[in-house]
Design a binder for this molecule. Structure first.
Ligand code: SF4
Length: 331
């Protein structure tokens, strides 16, 4: 392991100051992904800024009736928080579908959004990877790509974002609050993560020297008709091959609003608002669900080992919509 310096920040402002003073600095909180990557020398920050003693650990109701999740709130505390369980059960279910109890106890909400891809080649320093070493090539495109993306890919990278939590937050239209040298700003969760394009080394639109302070949930939580469907190779401690977060608002079998976000298929949680709009004021039928699924994956591209994901995604979308719809009927 390479040597690095370490300092605690007393508050977000001093963390931002430290980032400005130290090139190649990284924020550390739970450290559940960063420390793994440092141990294998995939990431090698020269300075770590520990923010665990700052006050970014609050859960509060907002003036707009939503919920404010401080960046340091752990994934477990979020999933089991009464307000999340009752008003945003989609988020609770998505978090509990990921990782393990031990990891969820340690991992923070801010860190969850910043975790890196689980592409095997990104972790294998013996192979080319544009995300790890820009310009070196992508080993996955012509390699073993069973877990890789089918939507929004580029000739430079076909990695997926691994978070379950982010998929639910995308469906819920959450907002990410950040602070940096230029002050505070808010980024829609749907705009927070990037597609790979020709800069796959950049996962998010967070600027250097910026720090996530909170995630804000809007008042609408789709607590009656929702589901998080995660399809994976084993029943626990596995990343999604395809996941679907659905929130529905319906009246007597007619869809008033549908939110559909996909995980495991792209470099970011995947939303297609035009496809969602196809369901507005339409009967909640399997035929209509299938039409929406076809639209969402219309531009999907398989790379061989992962081509099965195209049909899997369609079927998962239809099943997730049915599951969300049937919740009220059975409750
Ligand atoms: Fe690297 Fe992306 Fe290619 Fe994986 S898919 S090898 S992360 S460039």
């Amino acid at each position: 392991m390479r040597s690095f310096t370490y300092a605690r920040a007393a508050d977000p402002a001093s963390a931002v100051e430290q980032m400005a003073l130290n090139k190649d600095a990284k924020i550390i909180a739970g450290g559940t992904n960063l420390l793994d990557l440092m141990k294998i020398d995939v990431m090698h920050p020269q300075h770590l800024i520990d923010i665990t003693r700052t006050s970014l650990n609050k859960v509060e109701t907002t003036a707009a009736g939503g919920l404010w999740l401080g960046a340091l709130v752990t994934n477990a505390d979020t999933a089991y928080h009464h307000e999340v369980e009752t008003r945003y059960p989609l988020l609770s279910h998505a978090i509990l579908a990921g990782a393990t109890a031990q990891l969820r106890n340690k991992a923070t909400d801010g860190g969850n959004l910043l975790q890196r891809t689980r592409c095997y080649y990104f972790y294998d320093k013996a192979t080319p990877c544009n995300k790890r070493e820009p310009g070196s090539g992508c080993s996955a495109i012509a390699g073993f790509n069973r877990i890789h993306a089918i939507l929004g890919t580029s000739e430079h990278c076909i990695a997926t974002h691994p978070s379950d939590m982010a998929v639910a937050l995308s469906a819920l239209d959450a907002t990410v609050h950040v602070t940096g040298p230029s002050g505070e700003r808010a980024i829609a969760l749907t705009d927070f993560h990037r597609l790979p394009g020709d800069t796959p080394h950049l996962d998010t639109n967070l600027n250097e020297e910026e720090l996530i302070t909170a995630i804000e949930l809007p008042a609408k939580g789709f607590a009656t008709n929702y589901t998080y469907l995660k399809v994976r190779d084993r029943a626990s401690y596995a990343f999604a091959l395809v996941s679907v977060a659905v929130g529905l608002e319906q009246e007597a079998g007619t869809i008033k609003e549908a939110r559909i976000a996909l995980g495991g298929v792209a470099h970011k949680p995947w939303r297609d608002k035009e496809a969602e709009a196809l369901l507005t004021n339409q009967p909640a039928t399997t035929e209509n669900f299938r039409k929406v699924a076809e639209k969402i994956v219309a531009d999907a591209k398989g790379y061989g080992h992962n081509t099965f994901k195209i049909e899997l995604a369609k079927r998962s979308i239809v099943r997730a919509l049915q599951q969300a719809l049937e919740m009220e009927a059975t409750s």
